[in-house]
Design a binder for this molecule. Structure first.
Ligand SMILES: Cc1ncc(COP(=O)(O)O)c(C=O)c1O
Length: 365
């Protein structure tokens, strides 16, 4: 039946999501399984968001507000911008698709980095758009190498900041030089899915570029810091002139009623964000210390996950850890064959993941 399928679709290597807990329990007959494979929030969901959803459950027989009026208004207040600066998405994944569909002509191309968030390439491929990738430098986006790939046909650049799966970031100095050197016909997307966890002083204030009319689009999500990954809610922030065109591409009811209500409440849940940051930053230090004590290499991260150099085939390490009920992510699909990515969990989960990693690496050495 493949003769019916578009060639570019046949070429796609499907995105492999983190293995679900229930599936793992079923397949391996395990009772206690922890998932540290999809960079979810260790505290669960924002309690204010949960409360808001309960209140509007009975309203789900109606279509959602296609414009997301109240959520956009709340976001505008939060950022000191206008509602016209926002596009809501079914997760920021959907916004990647909307951005590509809105701005990239069939003969134009997209530039990003190797071992960047995989959806840029996959969604570009679905849309029949070409992607060029620059090599990473010390596991970081190399903005100089990206500039070298840019030509007349480049329309869009995706910068995951911080990058998933490396956890590294580009600094405000690097970004400033980069934007100054960039030709005027190119839009830059800063994907800031992990902004909640930033603990460095030289992280770029991408909103300041937007305010200065630079051609930037910022992507944010409620999946990580707000703990709402299962609801699917993200947003793009951009110049209203760009937003109005993205709105033409967006499907009318892409963000459901519960997600809109939860997003509104989650933005006000500062206590939850504070607690999330605290547990992630503390957990990160604990894992760093454990890895260092074991002599295992890792890439310092500003996100809620850590790229770990397992020093051997990552699929084997993934499978071995799975047998002990710990789901991590092997990094083969990112071309990092000896690396696993570990999400920072609760203290109990972190202790268990470190114990299991130690056991697994010792067994095989
Ligand atoms: C860098 C990056 N961007 C975007 C996303 C998509 O997030 P969502 O679609 O859940 O908003 C992810 C998810 O892991 C991510 O790591």
């Amino acid at each position: 039946m493949q003769e019916f399928v578009r060639k570019s679709v046949l070429m796609i290597k499907p995105y492999l999501p983190g293995k679900p807990i229930e599936e793992t329990k079923r397949q391996l007959g395990l009772r206690q399984v922890i998932k540290l494979a999809s960079n979810e929030n260790p505290l669960g969901a924002s309690p204010k968001a949960l409360g808001a959803m309960k209140k509007c459950l009975s309203g789900v027989y109606r279509y959602p507000d296609a414009q997301g009026f109240y959520l956009k208004k709340r976001l505008a207040k939060y950022f000191g911008l206008s509602s016209e600066h926002f596009v809501l998405g079914n997760g920021s994944d959907e916004l990647i698709d909307i951005v590509i569909k809105t701005f990239v002509e069939p003969d134009e191309s997209i530039v990003t980095s190797e071992s960047a968030f995989l959806e840029y390439e996959i969604i570009a491929q679905i849309n029949d758009r070409k992607v060029k990738t620059a090599p990473l430098r010390y596991f970081k986006f190399d903005l100089g190498a990206i500039l070298k790939l840019v030509d007349k046909k480049t329309k869009l650049i995706f910068i995951a900041n911080p990058n998933n799966p490396t956890g590294t970031y580009v600094t405000k100095y690097e970004v400033s030089d980069f934007l100054n050197a960039l030709p005027a016909h190119i839009l830059v997307v800063f994907d800031e899915a992990y902004d909640t966890f930033i603990d460095v002083n030289d992280y770029p204030d991408s909103l300041s570029y937007l305010r200065r009319k630079k051609r930037v689009i910022i992507l944010r999500t409620f999946s990580k810091g707000h703990g709402l990954a299962g609801l699917r809610l993200g947003y793009a922030i951009a110049d209203p002139g760009l937003v109005s065109c993205m709105e033409r591409v967006r499907l009318p009811f892409n963000v459901n009623i519960l997600a809109q209500a939860a997003g509104l409440a989650a933005l006000d849940d500062r206590d939850f964000i504070k607690r999330t940051r605290k547990i992630v930053l503390k957990g990160k230090q604990f894992i760093y210390d454990e890895l260092s004590a074991m002599g295992i290499g890792y890439v310092p991260s500003v996100a809620n996950f850590i790229l770990i150099d397992a020093g051997r085939d990552s699929m084997e390490v993934f499978k071995s850890m799975l047998k002990f009920g710990v789901i991590v992510r092997d990094m083969k699909q990112y071309g990092l064959d000896n690396f696993i990515r570990l999400t920072i969990g609760t203290q109990k989960e972190n202790t268990r993941s470190m114990r299991v990693l130690k056991k697994v690496l010792k067994e095989k050495s």
